[in-house]
Design a protein around this ligand. Sequence first.
Ligand SMILES: N[C@@H](CCC(=O)N[C@@H](CS)C(=O)NCC(=O)O)C(=O)O
Length: 214
Amino acid sequence: MTITITAFERSPDGGKGLARDTRVRWALEEVGQPYEVRLVSFRAMKEPAHLAIHPFGQIPTYEEGGLALFETGAIVFHIAQRHAGLLPDDADARARAITWMFAALNTVEPPILELANARLLEANKPWHAARMPMVEDRVRGRLKPLSARLGDADWLDGAFSAGDLLMASVLLRLRSSGILNEFPNLAAYLARGEARPAYKRAFDAQLAINTGRN
Ligand SMILES: N[C@@H](CCC(=O)N[C@@H](CS)C(=O)NCC(=O)O)C(=O)O
């Protein structure tokens, strides 16, 4: 059955791989599943045809036969459950990997998004400079324990899993802030994720669209 995902017709990041279709592409590449991409404009995302699949009018979505999903966490989880390569077979190890998926999206990503929004949308507000240290410290408050837990391991819990895929995807958004460099083991962890051939394929595919080279 053909898998079709949606992505921005033109991503606001110009192809840095921060749009969340990259996470879904990465998961599909890791498990070796071919997929098609339907590009959507900002306007089309808010129109009934897209809202029928994604109630919040966003990307990415995932369609396979009669199944339509939204939310990258749910999509990556679905891919990881259906295909070998992203979740361990052992039940306890699998539960721990799923825990890291939730930790990435529920615990680590929110302050990182807050920082991104503060930098992008609030830079001209009179209170911006006073607020930034607080927002950055909230990010450090998550990175410090994450860094301590990772230690000198390659991945968060044994072999690379969907938990690492989502955690690395979340950390990517910090690159331009420099904060990640305060935690060298996390910077190296992200670099390991980006060095995976599946990530490179996913990144290149979205870059090709965003630079008009597809
Ligand atoms: N929690 C959602 C967030 C989806 C999301 O924020 N998508 C962004 C692109 S990365 C989007 O579509 N933004 C446009 C909009 O919200 O209008 C997920 O993980 O899939």
